[in-house]
Design a protein around this ligand. Sequence first.
Ligand code: SAH
Length: 388
Amino acid sequence: MARQEKAGQAQVCPLAKKCGGCDYQGIAYEEQLKKKEQTVKKLMKGMGEILPIIGAEDPYCYRNKVHAVFSRRRNGEIVSGIYQEGTHKVVPVETCQIEDQKADAIIGTIRGLLKSFKIKVYDEDTDYGLLRHVLIRTGAKTGQIMVVLVTRSPIFPSKNNFVKALRAVHPEISTVVLNVNERKTSMVLGARNITLYGKGYIEDELCGCRFRISPTSFYQINPAQTEKLYKTAMMLARLNKRNVVVDAYCGIGTIGMVAAKTVKEVIGVELNGEAVRDAKVNAHLNNMNNIRFVEGDAGVFLEGMADREETVDVVFMDPPRSGSSEAFLQSLLVIRPKKIVYISCEPQTQARDLQALKKDYKIEAIQPVDMFPMTEKIETVVLLTRKE
Ligand code: SAH
């Protein structure tokens, strides 16, 4: 069991109440897992067999993506951390139980450098100042680190010296990207990326495949558990060399590429253009020529397949928290793949979507996987097979 629980009890983070990011603070990890199982049982009772949750070996410091918002106190002190739940007040954070520790250290260094470089922190009320957020992404297997400085303007004074000073303290940083967010918005990232140092992306490995990750592309935040999640999905799908597979909501193509090793053909579909570009590069990186990617809405894509009377054997779907669309689900019922593997980070919307599929599909297994220890968030993989 992880270090903080050696004494038999979970250590409570002093910021827990203000931050609100970890709903399960102070609850022993085994207990957290039980609670999640209960939640899934409540939501999906009677729908199919619910397998015991797959827990994490180390429930701490798992987040490979760390975000800090920057702000200035009335006395001039620069702070960075998270918004207090439900407000726009910044709670200063120096270390966090679930974040990558190196990322926290880099954010601390940036806080210190701002003063010496006379860089103003952005103020939401006045729309004045430069630095809004810092985002750090790390590749757990490769050790590569990306620092994204989110700014109000593309002009960052002494940017080369700033990067030099940052790298002098953290030579492990692989790339530094300026992300320009000029809008008055609560969205963290803007549309434009300017590479200040390195390649502008990092790489990581999962299930023996290598992946390029750009600043705005989706990538699962708990790499150790992601491997278990994907392996579970593959095991449930029982793929073979004759299978044609769709990877819907595919992000940078991770699930599709893991599947591509054992099937005839994979088609990935994804809305975010930057993620699709990453996915195409990733296919080359892994020498795969039986996978292709389509940029667009997964529902619209599936409707097209249904109209053209195309068939596939297996559909993997991994939609965002809001779940899938009516167009997607109805088209699935027309295409009638033999199996559907539905991965979800929001069992509530998943349960809703499963209701729509239930008339033609049997829910064979519901497998919860703990991707987000210390929080009440739940990930589930559900296998559906077509009723003949
Ligand atoms: N399967 C991937 C990504 C899952 S996250 C992985 O495991 O890493 C969900 C993804 O769905 C995101 O990449 C998001 O950009 C994408 N997305 C959101 N709405 C979409 C839509 N309507 N059509 C296609 N993709 C969508």
